[in-house]
Structures are given as C-alpha cells and as structure tokens.
Design a binder for this molecule. Structure first.
Ligand code: HEC
Length: 128
C-alpha cells in the first residue's frame, strides 16, 4: 500500500448513498471511534494466538492481510470504524447489515477476514 493512502482514506467523505441524516449520525457517533488506516491497530502475536480459538490456524500475517482487506473494503462510505467501536456480539450482525442493507459486496473469504480482524484486535473485555 503506498505511503500516501492513509491520508487518502482519511479524506474520504460520505458519499451519495449515505443520506444527510445518516451523515449527521455518523458524524456524531464517529468522533471517537472512526479511524484512518494508520490508526487501525496492527495485529500482535498474542492476538493471533488467542484468535486461534475461534479461527483455527490464525497467524499474525493472516491478521495483517485481514486488516488490509478491512481497510480496502470498508472505507468506501464512512471512515473506518475501529474494532472497539462495537462489542464482539454486535460485529457479525453489523457486517451482515453492510451486505444486505448497504449492498457491500464481500466474498465469503473477505467476510471471514473482516470478522476475524475486528474480533481479534479488539481490546480485551471492552464492549458497548
Ligand atoms: C455502501 C456503503 C458502505 C460500505 C462500503 C460500508 N458501510 Fe458500514 N455503514 C454504512 C452506512 C450507511 C452506515 C450507517 C447506517 C447503519 O449503521 O446501517 C454504516 C455503519 C457502519 C457501522 C456503525 C454501526 C453502529 O451500529 O455503530 C459499522 C461498524 C460499519 N458500518 C462497518 C462496516 C464494515 C465492517 C464495512 C466493510 C465490510 C462497511 N461498514 C462498509 C455504509 C457502508
């Protein structure tokens, strides 16, 4: 990924498909939980090890690839939500909603990567 891309993602603005109301809502709630690519946590070995319980065979490299997928696919309409934005329980349904309600096209493996990334790098025990 070129060095300039985090800035490009930060500059991403809400696009046409998001209504003004949604933009305001996103603005209000997003202040502390939006991130640019550069603020997305990099996976650690410890996180990869504990991720193996739910995602067998997970490596740090696989989590880093998953982070890239997340950054590439999920920054199109809003800036990136940090993994701590939602509880572990709410992430799966939210990703599903992006697919069904907002027509985000994800292959099965991209879906798995996004889910694996956000669930694996969340702060322990944090939930909303
Ligand atoms: C086509 C536009 C679009 C894309 C691409 C998109 N989203 Fe969203 N997303 C939205 C809209 C619109 C909302 C606000 C309405 C809602 O929550 O359904 C939103 C809200 C969210 C929220 C906040 C939910 C909450 O309850 O606080 C999260 C988290 C999120 N998106 C994650 C993702 C992830 C993960 C991806 C990549 C798989 C993604 N989004 C890609 C349109 C998009």
């Amino acid at each position: 990924m070129p060095a300039s891309s985090p800035r490009a993602h930060c500059a991403t603005r809400l696009r046409r498909r998001t209504s003004q109301t949604q933009a305001i809502i996103l603005g209000l709630f997003g202040v502390n939980s939006f991130g640019c690519v550069s603020s997305l946590p990099q996976p650690t070995a410890a996180q990869a090890a504990s991720a193996q319980e739910r995602f067998p065979g997970t490596t740090v490299e696989a989590l880093a690839d998953a982070r890239t997928t997340y950054a590439q696919i999920c920054a199109g309409c809003h800036t990136l939500y940090l993994p701590d934005h939602l509880s572990a329980e709410r992430w799966p349904a939210t990703i599903h909603r992006m697919q069904t309600k907002h027509r985000v096209a994800l292959t099965e493996s991209q879906h798995q990567q996004v889910l694996m990334y956000v669930l694996s790098v969340r702060s322990p025990r944090q939930s909303i």
